[in-house]
Design a binder for this molecule. Structure first.
Ligand code: NDP
Length: 383
């Protein structure tokens, strides 16, 4: 495999660090071009010293002085602010790993798409709030969008994308998060610590809460709709607590193809980094005999209201997906900081969806307008 240059936006997060773990083990395959973070300045500086990128950006301008001091004498250029993160994404590199959490990842991801890069997409929120615009830009600029999300990566690996007529449906599997077996009544009092304790995956706080509410699966349904040539009613969700089958494609002849693997994000990340080749990953091999049995069940749309809201938002189209995403980001943050309860997350998202009446975004500026309106509304509901 030829040496590839790689920029990671969101380098200090869970996906960013898993990506760098693979790079660390394969120095002959990858060189780091640029790294970015939001606030974790000392972690970012330590990564920069280890991986020696040309450029490092921190979104929080208050951390600029500290970053400069930490990198003094290294010769690594650094800058701060959201524009600096976008500059990092614009720099020429073979692959951009889009690992920022939330709608904040939209502009950097779009810039990499616009320069025709191969984009390994972890940041699902950018497809949720601007899926049509993003996919138009991918096509227009000859970029490659490779899904990092384990479910979408699984489908990417088994889908014959050039033969959509042969596909009956795709099935996204869902672990169900930490509260799959809990009663709705008991969900009223769950704490942020319980919500982020995912049984199978080690992830950032926001996606962990999204997994607990099943909003994550709802966002993934919208993400799948934009990534793959399927209709909305061809995307189904199946609960599968062991997280071994990462997703499936059922063809019209009754054959179902699935991708299986240990629940380790380095597997789908490596699939994107090495694409179209493959590279070794130091993950546990899948030992089906010791797992013993794989179980499945239908999702409970009443208990996990967020999943139903996301499906409704996809169906409604227009401003609904961007509104859903923004209201959810605000509500999850309020839950994590103890300002609302777990079940309030879905109530706030639902209320925001009923109040916003805007048309489908036709430009990036329009996406941010919807995003900002939904954030104001959700904040007001929380207050
Ligand atoms: P983390 O919270 O662990 O990391 C987020 C990263 O984004 C950090 O580097 C953070 O910087 C940076 N960041 C946060 N806010 C901003 C901002 N406003 N501007 C610039 N950078 C910012 O998230 P995860 O790694 O868990 O998830 C990243 C994305 O990948 C999400 O969209 C998630 O849904 C998706 N994903 C994650 C999976 C996982 O296993 N974790 C699996 C599949 C998808 P700092 O550290 O300085 O705060």
């Amino acid at each position: 495999m030829a040496l590839k240059s790689l920029t990671i936006v969101g380098a200090t997060g869970s996906v960013g660090l898993s990506t760098l773990d693979l790079v660390r083990r394969s120095p002959d395959r990858f060189e780091i071009k640029a790294l970015t973070a939001n606030k974790r300045v000392s972690e970012l500086a330590a990564l920069a010293k280890e991986f020696r990128p040309d450029f490092v950006a921190i979104a929080d301008t208050n951390k600029h002085k500290e970053l400069k001091e930490l990198l003094a004498g290294t010769g690594i250029e650094c800058a701060a602010g959201s524009e600096a993160v976008i500059e990092a994404a614009k720099l020429s590199s073979d692959i951009l790993m889009a690992a920022i959490v939330g709608a904040a990842g939209l502009r950097p991801t779009l810039e990499a798409v616009r320069r025709g890069a191969t984009v390994a997409l972890a940041n699902k929120e950018c497809l949720v709030c601007a899926g049509d615009l993003m996919m138009q830009e991918v096509k227009a600029n000859g970029a490659h969008l490779l899904p990092v999300d384990s479910e979408h990566n699984a489908i990417f690996q088994v889908l014959e994308a050039d033969r959509p007529d042969a596909v009956h449906k795709i099935t996204l599997t869902a672990s169900g998060g930490p509260f799959l077996g809990r009663s709705e009544e008991s969900l009223k009092s769950v704490t942020p610590a319980e919500a982020v304790a995912h049984p199978n995956w080690d992830m950032g706080a926001k996606i962990s809460v999204d997994s607990a509410t099943l909003m994550n699966k709802g966002l993934e349904v919208i993400e799948a709709y934009h990534l793959f040539p399927v209709e909305k009613d061809q995307i189904s969700v199946l609960m599968h607590p062991q997280s071994v089958i990462h997703s499936m494609v059922e063809y019209i002849d009754g054959s179902t193809l699935a991708q299986l693997g240990s629940p380790d994000m380095r597997i789908p990340i490596a699939s994107c980094l090495a694409w179209p080749e493959r590279m070794p990953v130091p993950a546990n091999t899948l030992d089906l005999a010791s797992i013993g049995s794989l179980t499945f069940q239908e999702p409970n749309y009443e208990k996990f209201r967020c999943l139903a809201l996301a499906r409704d938002a996809l169906e409604a189209g227009g401003a609904a997906p961007a509104t859903l995403n923004a209201a959810n980001e605000v509500a999850v943050d309020a839950f994590l900081t103890g300002r609302i309860g777990f079940l309030d997350i879905s109530s706030i998202v639902e209320e925001a969806l009923t109040q916003i009446d805007m048309k489908a975004p036709h430009s990036l500026a329009n996406v941010f307008e919807i995003d900002s309106e939904a954030r104001h509304l959700a904040s007001a509901l929380i207050a």
